[in-house]
Design a protein around this ligand. Structure first.
Ligand code: CTP
Length: 400
């Protein structure tokens, strides 16, 4: 969940500030981009240089960098940059300033300017933490929707034992992942995606196949997972690695793909068929290799199941279905027929007539036709960007 997330890390003046370096690293290790703001007192516990080196970004703790030049640091820009503003450690003083809206240092100005969610991980001595003033401040922040990452109990810098130690960096990163998952627009939604080609054997070494790379299906898996969905890919033979956390079932033939897809779709909220399924398979498959003189002049074929049409037949109310149509002409009429025939919510058309669209490329140019007649025409884009467009439309149209 932290992949590509922009986390603004606020560090305030507590001995736990030293752990912020480990926290910054841990967030980055999990894929986040981290920028740091510090209060002036935090810079006495850990140097901005340490955090700038670890994050690869300048660290801010003052409104001005070069007082003579009159330049000032834009707290508004930083406040708008993050997907989340994590203040860790958050001292009793900072919690109180947050409640009153005090703006006496750069970090507090960023706090007042930020539009993203603010999260605090308090750190202080046990008596300070238990003090009714601190508890009231935490309650006020919670009432305003600021999540609090509870401090741990244990040995404190004062020599006392009790609750007040900032949660460990790994635990904070885990908490952030859980929280982001819950915030994600497709949290709790199950998606099944078919992807890649199918290979229909003729003998032990030959098969009927096609040039599908599976890239579009895998890009969608990545995008839907980032949006919080629980994604199950059913992939034919492809040379791709699934995004971590995505469940993958590897299959070879259309019949295998059909079987796995029907089981998965029964539990799914969303079904997306990107696979280039072979419409026909060899009627008889020879178990050994056919030698040149044994080759029949023609291979008798029989029809494969139409997976998407079967999903359409079994679609229950609340389930959402997306199909693809790869056409060699403009293809609009054909795509619209497939939309209807397979009982889809929308169909994504790509045509080999468009340069950069179709099998094997890293780009695609699509048009989308909704079942209510609405259409959307897109420019040529990377498959990752196309996956974003498709995901956005799913999120708009998905029944609540
Ligand atoms: N599809 C499927 N199972 C099949 C054939 C197609 O699930 N046996 C799905 C594809 O994944 C795609 C959509 O149906 O989402 C349209 O596929 P396409 O090959 O364009 O259409 P067909 O229905 O096979 O029709 P035709 O080959 O006549 O164009």
């Amino acid at each position: 969940m932290l992949q590509h997330k922009k986390i603004l890390l606020g560090i305030t003046g507590s001995i736990a500030a030293y752990k912020a370096a480990l926290l910054a690293r841990e967030l980055q290790r999990r894929g986040a981009v981290v920028r740091v703001v510090m209060t002036p007192s935090a810079t006495e516990f850990i140097t901005p240089l340490t955090l700038a080196t670890l994050t690869g970004h300048k660290v801010y703790s003052d409104f001005t960098e070069n007082k003579d030049s009159g330049e000032w640091t834009n707290h508004v820009e930083l406040g708008l940059w993050g997907d989340a503003f994590l203040i860790a450690p958050a001292t009793a003083q900072t919690l109180s300033a947050m409640v009153s809206g005090t703006c006496d240092n750069f970090l507090m100005a960023v706090h007042l300017s930020s539009r993203c969610p603010v999260i605090v991980a308090p750190a202080m001595d046990l008596d300070m933490f238990q003090h009714s003033a601190t508890q009231a401040n935490l309650q006020t922040l919670q009432n305003r929707g600021v999540p609090i990452i509870e401090p741990d109990s244990g040995a404190l810098a004062s020599g006392l034992e009790g609750k007040g130690r900032m949660a460990e960096p790994e635990a904070i990163a885990d908490w952030m992942e859980d929280w982001l998952q819950k915030q994600a627009p497709l949290n709790g939604k199950k998606v099944v995606i078919t992807a890649g080609p199918t290979h229909e054997p003729i003998d032990a070494v030959r098969f009927i196949g096609n040039r599908s790379s599976g890239k579009m299906g895998f890009a969608l898996a990545q995008e839907l997972q980032s949006a919080g969905a629980d994604v199950h890919l059913i992939a034919g033979p492809v040379q791709l690695t699934a995004p971590s956390g995505v469940q993958v079932t590897h299959v070879e033939t259309a019949v295998e793909m059909h079987k796995a897809a029907m089981v998965a779709f029964a539990q799914a909220d969303i079904g997306i068929a990107t696979a280039a399924v072979a419409d026909y398979r060899a009627k008889t498959v020879v178990s050994n290799k056919l030698h040149r003189d044994e080759m029949p002049p023609a291979v008798e074929l029989e029809e494969n199941p139409d997976i998407l049409a079967d999903w359409g037949k079994h679609k229950k109310s609340g389930q959402f279905l997306v199909g693809f149509a790869l056409e060699t002409d403009q293809g609009e009429d054909s795509a619209k027929l497939k939309l209807k025939r397979k009982n889809l919510d929308f169909i994504v058309l790509n045509s080999t007539m468009d340069q950069g669209a179709g099998f094997g490329t890293d780009t695609n140019k699509i048009s989308i036709f909704e079942k209510n007649g609405k259409s959307h025409i897109f420019e040529l884009k990377s498959k990752a960007a196309v996956a974003q467009d498709i995901t956005k439309l799913i999120m708009t149209l998905l029944p609540q």
